[in-house]
Design a protein around this ligand. Structure first.
Ligand code: PLP
Length: 378
């Protein structure tokens, strides 16, 4: 019997030279959380996103990068931080690590990201309560840029800085500028399921060089300049290791190919599923360029979404409902939220399809055939 292999939502896709960089780390015994690969990886990212105007600190994860970013912006116990509700929990968890409180903001329908109108309503509400929010965490979800001009205008108007969660959006651009560079501090993730991976890792990006210096200081246990170990603040062990940065250097060589491949996956689904009235896609507004990290579809109803998901599962094909909004999560049930129904609806009817850059045409045809056979799909 011919056994079919499992198809994953998004799996690691090595380029070729990752192992050479890792071997070099072994050969030179740089098996440490610093070294030439870390510096090289930071340089590669910097060149990719726009060159010398930017400063990059390679850290142990995207979550760690958000944690450090919040700390750099002065977030501390009792503060409120505005956070996109429609996201992965890692956007919000670091707010809680600092003893601060997330206030969740729902999405708009054009990009599925933070709704600028609701953001302003929330800010006005919190100002009236005498609780000026310390920061805004906005997310380019599934690689689609958020409405940056509108969000930045509000950030400036009320003087509240933005942390740009670009964990899913390396390679995406907004009006020609790279996601991660649009706001005060950007973060990337190199987790195993992201568009490129170091097996686990992250980066903090800013045009403010001091943020990079402070990020490195804090992520290496906040050691002061002295021959002994002297500390005047609490630090973290959040730096990226030189071995993993070697994987990252190899992955940066193929990042553009990965973006093209994922966009190709989106184009394939769109071209072949568009004929079904029940299925809708998220289009790029003018000036928005998504890396199409994950291709998401909207279906007619919860039942239909589940039918498609379960048909795929029967054929050993992984798919997943869209992110469950943070304001619906048990862990955040006591948090304030400003909602409009958008993310709840998307959670109800949306599905993430396998989108890896390593999917073959055979894989894609197999996925398409299963979806097309879903009962009652029209
Ligand atoms: C993956 C992800 C993170 C966290 O990154 P890690 O490297 O896994 O810690 C944060 N935000 C979003 C939106 C993500 O998808």
């Amino acid at each position: 019997m011919l056994t079919k292999t499992k198809i994953y939502l998004s799996s690691p896709h090595m380029g070729g030279s990752e192992q050479d960089f890792v071997n070099e780390a072994f050969r030179t015994n740089w098996i440490a959380p610093l070294g030439p690969n870390v510096n090289g990886f930071e340089d590669d990212i910097k060149k990719y996103i726009g060159g010398d105007n930017y400063h990059v600190a390679a850290l142990s994860s995207g979550t760690a990068s958000i944690h450090i970013a919040l700390e750099l912006l002065g977030v501390s116990a009792g503060d409120e931080v505005l956070c996109q509700s429609f996201t992965f929990s890692a956007s919000a968890n670091p707010i809680v690590y600092l003893g601060a409180k997330p206030v969740f903001i729902d999405s708009e329908v054009d990009t599925w990201n933070m709704c600028p109108e609701l953001l302003e309503i929330a800010i006005k509400n919190r100002l009236e309560a005498n609780k000026k929010p310390k920061a805004i965490v906005a997310v380019h979800l599934y690689g689609m840029p958020y409405k940056a001009d509108e969000i930045i205008a509000i950030s400036k108007k009320y003087d509240i800085p933005v942390i740009e969660d670009s964990a899913e959006a390396l390679g995406s651009t907004y009006k020609g500028r790279h996601c991660g560079t649009l706001s005060d501090i950007g973060i990337f993730s190199f987790n195993g399921n992201k568009i490129i991976t170091t097996s686990g890792g992250g980066a903090l990006v800013s045009n403010n060089e001091d943020y990079k210096k402070q990020a490195i200081h804090l992520s290496t246990q906040a050691r002061d300049n002295a021959p002994h170990y002297e500390h005047s603040s609490v630090g973290y062990n959040y730096r990226m290791s030189n071995v993993l940065a070697g994987i990252g250097r190899g992955q940066m060589e193929v990042l553009d190919d990965r973006v093209q491949a994922r966009r190709g996956v989106y184009d394939f689904y769109k071209a072949n599923l568009e004929k079904f009235d029940d299925i809708e896609f998220l289009e790029e507004p003018t000036g928005f360029y998504s890396n199409r990290w994950i291709t998401c579809i909207k279906t007619k109803s919860y039942e239909q979404r589940e039918n498609i998901r379960l048909e795929l599962l029967k054929d050993d094909i992984e798919s997943r409902p869209l992110w469950k909004p943070m304001h619906m999560q048990p862990v955040f049930k006591d948090c304030l939220s400003f909602t409009n129904g958008t993310s709840e609806k998307l959670f109800d009817i949306g599905l993430c399809l396998p989108s890896g850059s390593n999917l073959t045409q055979t894989d894609l045809d197999r996925i398409l055939n299963v979806i097309a056979k879903t009962p009652n799909l029209s």
